[in-house]
Ligand binder design. Structure first.
Ligand SMILES: Cc1ncc(COP(=O)(O)O)c(C=O)c1O
Length: 338
């Protein structure tokens, strides 16, 4: 009953097989290999346009280097109050950008709305710094998703103030699977300029990529990545992970499975316990009595508490994360214990 995080799961067989398949012989380093070129082409097919792809080792690096590429001295990044780059990255954005400031924008279950964004830009722009980047997470840190229309509305506000529009897609596959839209519809067609594309949480070992939708738009990115130590020497192994990840549409099948397991948790908990909010990707947030939480842990369940307001003294909000490796049996055992 492991609901701690999707990064507690291993890698899929398809990913491991691809890494093994490409292990033989010699290939140029630093992305000069034919496999990296072929996988970049796969990204172009998936996004239905020419793209520029920069492999990195972590989601934090993808976010922080995206911010650095789009950044400028005195720049402001607008992101939701729940944004991973605001709360969980130990100042990586601030560090890699030479001190850009993140402005947290009021959000509901991880989703910001256009009015709140607009108000923040007007309120802080020019006084705190120079409005520079909008960062949206999809699927969000709360397991909720932005529909393409919501992304388009927010990026329209951002662009009217000259912002570069970024999407943190650490759980991009879960978002796309939950929405049932194409990767293009929820990104560049909705105004996204640069995407942190996650593979690790959904079945890779360590494979993340920065996807730039207008090649050449961020000419410093190559140097920024090198300087940050994220230009992979044996890039072919990141490419191999993505090859295995995309094979036969597997990346969306694993995401659909994770989402379905989360939906089963939601269905089993609804009406019995309070949910912090409704989520449709691979994270569920029930409020449980502390005694129940202790009992679940004693029975071997793994999960984390999540910060929340408005709770009673004897209860906590917990986060349950599902993955490609979550089984229906685990879900049923957890529900029976609750
Ligand atoms: C929404 C989001 N963005 C970025 C990251 C960062 O990924 P990493 O831990 O690989 O740096 C995470 C990781 O939990 C995340 O949940």
């Amino acid at each position: 009953m492991n609901f701690a995080s999707d990064n507690w799961a291993g890698a899929t067989e398809a990913v491991m097989a691809a890494v093994t398949r490409h292990n033989g012989g010699f290939a140029p380093g630093y992305g000069g290999d034919p496999l990296t070129k072929a996988v970049n082409q796969r990204f172009a097919e998936i996004f239905e346009r020419e793209v520029e792809v920069f492999f990195v080792g972590t989601g934090t690096a993808a976010n922080a280097l995206s911010m650095a590429a789009a950044g400028r001295p005195g720049g402001l990044v607008f992101a939701s109050t729940e944004a991973h780059l605001q709360n969980d990255e130990f100042g990586a954005t601030e560090f890699y950008t030479g001190g850009m400031k993140i402005v947290p924008v009021r959000s509901d279950a991880g989703l910001m709305d256009a009015a709140a964004l607009s108000a923040s830009i007007v309120r802080y722009g020019g006084r705190f710094g120079l409005p520079t980047v909008l960062s949206l997470t999809n699927a969000t840190e709360c397991g909720t998703v932005y529909e393409p229309a919501a992304v388009a509305e927010l990026t329209a506000v951002g662009k009217s103030h000259g912002l570069v529009c970024h999407m943190d897609g650490a759980r991009f596959a879960n978002g796309v699977a939950a929405l049932g839209v194409s990767p293009a519809e929820v990104t560049w067609k909705a105004g996204i300029d640069i995407l942190s594309f996650g593979g690790t949480k959904n079945g890779c070992m360590a494979a993340e990529a920065i996807v730039v939708f207008e090649p050449g738009r961020f000419p410093n990115l190559t140097a920024l990545r090198q300087r940050a130590g994220h230009t992979q020497s044996k890039a072919r192994f990141i490419a191999a992970q993505f090859e295995g990840y995309f094979e036969n549409g597997g990346w969306l099948q694993t995401a659909r499975h994770a989402n379905a397991m989360a939906a089963r948790l939601t269905a089993g908990l609804s009406g019995k316990v309070r949910l912090g909010w409704q989520s449709t990707a691979n994270e569920v947030f029930p409020v449980l009595p502390k005694a129940t939480i202790a009992r679940l842990r004693d029975a071997g369940a793994r999960f984390y508490e999540w910060p929340a307001e408005g709770l009673g003294l004897d209860e906590d909000l917990i986060r349950l994360v599902t993955s490609f490796a979550t089984s229906g049996d685990e879900v049923e055992r957890f529900l029976a214990l609750v």
